[in-house]
Every structure is written in C-alpha cells, then in structure tokens.
Design a protein. Structure first.
Length: 621
C-alpha cells in the first residue's frame, strides 16, 4: 500500500481504509464517496471540498498549545489570535471560520478597505480586529467607525504619515464628543532581523513595512503631544510566511521584546501587547527527506512565551499579551481539491500497440528479443543494448531506411524495456535509472487549471500533497507528470525524480480515477487567476452531525461561460444578440436546424469552462 506521505503532511486528518483515503473524523467517510455524491447531483469538473471541523481543529490546537505554554511558564499575559483575511476571503470559508471559533474569541485581520468591511461585519463584538497595510484617511475613518460600533479594533501604523492621519481623523470624530472613542493603536516596527526563504523580505531593514527606530521615537512624541499615548496598545512585526526555521523568529522576538520594554519604560503605560504576525509553517512535503519546517507547534509556543517573559522580567515591565496572525496554519488543511483524470497520454506504449511485421529490421527484432528475455541478472546490459539500438534505429529512420511502423515499434519497445529494467533494478536507485524514469513518465491529463487552483505551484514552485482517492491497496507504478487543461505549457506538475510521484496505470475509458490535491486552503483561492477563463471550481462544505453522518452544504457551482465573460467586462447582452443573429442569418441551414443550434448553444453557455469526461463511462460499458 502506498502512503503518499500521509504520515508526514496529513496530521491525522485523513487515513487509508481499504483502498480509499478517508476523513479521520466522525464516521470516517471516504473522499471518493463524497465526490461521487456531488457528481451524482450533476456537478462535473473539479470540486473544492471544505471541512469546517479541520478549521476548528487548527484553532483549538493553537489556543490549547499557547495555553499549555503559559501554564508551564506561569506567564501572566493573555493569548489572542486573528485570521488574516488576505489568506482566504471566500464566504464559505469565512462563515465556517467564524462559526467554529466562537469559543475562542477569535478575530480577523484586514489589509484593505474591503477586507475591513468583512471584518467589521463578521467579527463578534469584543473579539479582536487588527488592521495592517497602507491606509488612507477613509480607511482610518472606517477604523474609528468600527471602534464606535463597539469593536475591539487596533489600527497598525505603517508609517508616520498614517499617524498624522489618525491624529486628524481623531479630531474630526471626537472634537466635541464627551466620551471620545478611538481605535487602539499599534506600531509596526522594522526589525533588523529578517526571515529566510521566499518571504524573507517581509523582515529586515529593507522591508516594505514598518517604522525605523528613529521614526518610532518620532511616533511616540506625536502620540504624546496629541493625547493619544494612552491608545498605544500593540507592537507588531512580521518576518515572513511559511517560516521553515525557528531561529529567525527567536531573534526577532528578542528584538521586538526589547523595543516593547523600552517603550513601556519610556512612559507608554497602555502598551500591553506584542503581535508576532503570521508565518507559522505548514508541512507540505510528501517525502521525509524534504520536509519544510524544523520545529513543532509546541516549540513555537514555548519559545514565544519564554522569550517574552525573560525580556519582561529583565526590563522590569509587565508581560505583554501575545497576538498571532497565522493564516496558513489555520486555513491550509481545511480544503481539498478533487479533479478527475481525463486521459493518460502515454498508454500507447503497451505491447498491444506493437505493429510487428512478418519480417522486421534486425535491430527491431533484437529489441523485441531483449524485451522478452530481460532478467534481473542481465537487466543493466540489456538496457544499455536497447538504448544503443534506439539511437541506431532513429538514425536509420532519418535516412529513410526504416518506415513509420518500425519507428513506432522502436519507441514502444524502448519504453517497455526501460520499464522492465527499472522494475528489476529498483533497489539500486542509481542516477542513470532516475534519469530514465523521466523518459517513461506517464502524462495524466487532469480536469483543472493549475493557474486557478494552485497558483503557488506555478508562481513559487510550492508543491502540494497529491494522491488518488482510491486504488490505495495497489502499488502505483507509473512515474507521473500531471497536465492541467489550460493551453499553457506551464500548466504542468512535472515528474521530479528526486521527489517522485507514482500513480496507477488505469483505463479512464472503463473507470473513473480522481486525484486529490491537499492543503490548498491558504492563498490558492484568492490568488487564483482566470487564465484561459477557467474559474473557481465548484465548491461544497462538508459538515457532520452528532451521529457522525456527513452532509453536503452550501454548494456553489463554478461560473458559467457568460458569467465569466461578464466578469471580464464584456457586454454579454451584445454577445448573446450577436450569436443569435449569426445563426438566424446563416444561409446554409434550415429553420429547424437554426432552432436546434440555438437550443444547443444556450445549453452550452449555461455550462462552465471545465471539461466533461471525454467520453462517459456509461457510454462505453
């Protein structure tokens, strides 16, 4: 049985039962069963399955782990967390997030006006809202409105200009008010410490955000001058997403902790929190030799609590409340993209595809003999002979001495010999064999768009765990390269000989074969692009009742063709009229054919861009 690295990335969220991958929760239904139930409702193409119980698991684990660390170190500050909306703003996710997090006083972080409106409307009064990113007067005014609504909101200063705007807006909102209300104020600091990896530029002196030490002192004086020092509540920093190494965080914590203590001792008495930003890493790897993080959540929480406590003690200040804005950790595991395989492109390389003649060219006959007689003891020698024959035969074809059937037989026999040799020599694992796997990889055409559903793979080479929904009691043997259905050569997850993916050899004309892409809940949806005008896939929320039975809820179908064009600012009424006119004015078809064509056209316009199965299984059986 092939685990597909489930023990590395799965976090006990999914298990293998029999020949399927199942949800490790309640009655443990299989993903295949859920997928088939949705497809029976008429929804084809890729499906995005959301599991709110996995959101709750991540939130509860985060809070429990920090609670445990606080208890262990007798830490006096509180722990708070907010979800950064930039990670996933889709309603089905946000509604589930706020529903399952009520017991934790969990809030939201906004980085734009639209996100702030979501936070103001969705966050319960009393739960924290933090506002980051560049802000104009209108956005800051929205923060004041939120505060007057009763929200526990903190607006983070990214530059001195924003502080000046806060001072101005405060005058406008509270000039003649007996009980002035304003949001809490946070200050993002530009640390000397920086992260590592793709997102390292989030920290360090060249960072896009934050105040230098000089600007921080100026901000302190401005707050004091205009009577807002008692609103200064939070120190904020962020050193990058997907922190694989704990060391840069520990360095940043020491720096930020000392800045907090210095401001407290200077007279910022209301200052009471340090926001350590996001960056808590998720393990995406399917291979034990390529894991992405070197720490556990326990180590993360212990380090934060211990370092903040040590600095507070040494500087003689109160221990700050700790805020986190970890979004990837909360959201990544909650969704699974499921997509059907439409075709295997190299299935012609089978023995049944040979077109051998009564009399074949000698080298073709030798290849056929090598294929039939290859054994463990002679596998390497026969492999080398076969590769040599291939070069000779291709040269003979170029010179016109053998025909197309001979070339086809050459390609098939070479492929079959390489497959046999690799299987016979599988325990050797030499570089030669790894390179040969590239030549026999199977191309799986999968009904999805990598640009829409896995943009981090395309843009950042971020790999996601991939496995089939069933056949897991059978060892997969095909080195797999995955092609999406866009007409773009970048829409491919190629076979990587160092991090190999093997899939099953199946006949999609006789049976369905689904691939699941895991840990897709963070960033992938909101960054997905309409390349080739493929849209967000059909999505569904999978909930469980008290009896452990699942229900499929909040189904949202992928946009149809006209809706997509409307999003691209086409006048769909004009498109509709133009199509109808061209059919009606055609001189080559009858009125009856015109009516039939119009009916078919409007049927197709109501569908989405994803493909139907190339030929329905039922039609072939």
């Amino acid at each position: 049985m092939k685990q597909f690295g489930l023990n590395i990335w799965g976090d006990d969220n999914f298990i293998l039962k029999g020949n399927t991958v199942n949800i490790n929760y309640a009655n443990q239904p299989s993903l295949l069963e859920i997928t088939q139930a949705i497809r029976e409702k008429g929804y084809k193409g890729p499906l995005l399955l959301r599991f709110p119980h996995l959101i709750e698991k991540q939130i509860s684990t985060l809070f429990h782990t920090f609670s445990k660390a606080k208890k262990e170190f007798n830490y006096l500050g509180d722990f708070h967390a907010v979800f950064p909306l930039k990670v996933n703003q889709f309603p089905n996710f946000i509604h589930a997030l706020m529903d399952v997090s009520q017991a934790y006083n969990y809030g939201l972080e906004a980085g734009s006006k639209a996100e702030l409106i979501i936070a103001m409307s969705q966050t319960p009064l009393g739960a924290p809202i933090t506002v980051n990113g560049f802000k104009d007067k209108e956005m800051i005014a929205l923060c004041f409105i939120a505060a007057k609504m009763g929200h526990n909101i903190t607006v983070t200063i990214e530059g001195l200009g924003e502080l000046e705007t806060i001072i101005q807006v405060n005058k406008e909102f509270n000039a003649e008010v007996k009980n002035p209300i304003a949001p809490k104020i946070g200050v993002r600091i530009r640390l000397h410490s920086s992260g590592i990896g793709i997102w390292a530029k989030s920290g360090g002196y060249s960072s896009k955000f934050g105040l230098t030490s000089t600007e921080l002192l100026e901000a302190y004086e401005l707050l004091k001058k205009y009577g807002l020092l008692d609103h200064l509540w939070m120190i904020h920093f962020h050193i990058g997403s997907q922190m694989g190494d704990i060391a840069p965080l520990k360095k940043a914590l020491r720096e930020a902790g000392n800045i907090y203590a210095e401001l407290k001792n200077r007279g910022a008495e209301a200052l009471g929190a340090i926001n350590i930003g996001g960056g808590l890493a998720v393990e995406y790897s399917q291979h034990s030799n390529n894991q992405e993080r070197n720490y556990s959540l326990n180590e993360f929480a212990n380090d934060v609590v211990y370092l903040m406590q040590e600095i507070a003690k040494s500087k003689g200040v109160t221990e700050p409340d700790i805020f986190t804005e970890s979004g990837r950790y909360i959201a990544a595991s909650h969704s699974v993209l499921v997509a059907p395989v439409l075709e295997l492109f190299s299935q012609e390389y089978h023995e049944k595809g040979l077109r051998l003649k009564e009399v074949n060219p000698p080298l073709i006959q030798e290849l056929y003999d090598l294929f039939n007689t290859i054994q463990r003891k002679n596998a390497r020698e026969y492999l080398h002979d076969a590769l040599d024959h291939m070069e000779s035969l291709l040269t003979l074809f170029d010179l016109g001495y053998i025909d197309l059937e001979d070339r086809s037989n050459t390609e098939i026999l070479i492929n079959l010999i390489i497959k046999k040799a690799i299987a016979l020599l599988k325990n050797e694992g030499t570089d030669e064999l790894k390179k040969l796997q590239d030549r026999i990889q199977e191309k799986y055409l999968v009904n999805f768009s990598a640009f829409q559903s896995l943009p981090d793979f395309w843009g950042l080479a971020q790999h996601f765990p991939i496995m089939p929904l069933d056949k897991l009691d059978t060892k997969p043997t095909n080195p797999a390269s995955i092609w999406d259905i866009t007409c773009d050569s970048d829409g491919e997850i190629g076979f990587n000989r160092d991090l190999p993916l093997y899939l099953h050899d199946i006949d999609v004309g006789q049976e369905e074969y689904f691939l699941a892409f895991f840990l897709t809940g963070a960033y992938q949806e909101v960054l997905g692009m309409k390349h080739n005008l493929f849209t967000h896939p059909t999505e569904a929320v999978i909930n469980f009742n008290e009896d452990g039975e699942y229900s499929i809820e909040h189904l949202i179908e992928a946009q149809n063709l006209m809706d997509v064009l409307d999003d691209m600012d086409y006048d769909t009424n004009l498109i509709d009229k133009a199509l109808k006119y061209k059919i009606e004015e055609s001189q080559h078809i009858t009125k009856e054919e015109k009516r039939e064509l119009l009916g078919k056209l409007y049927l197709y316009l109501s569908e989405n861009s994803y493909l139907k199965t190339i030929q329905a299984i039922s039609e072939k059986s």
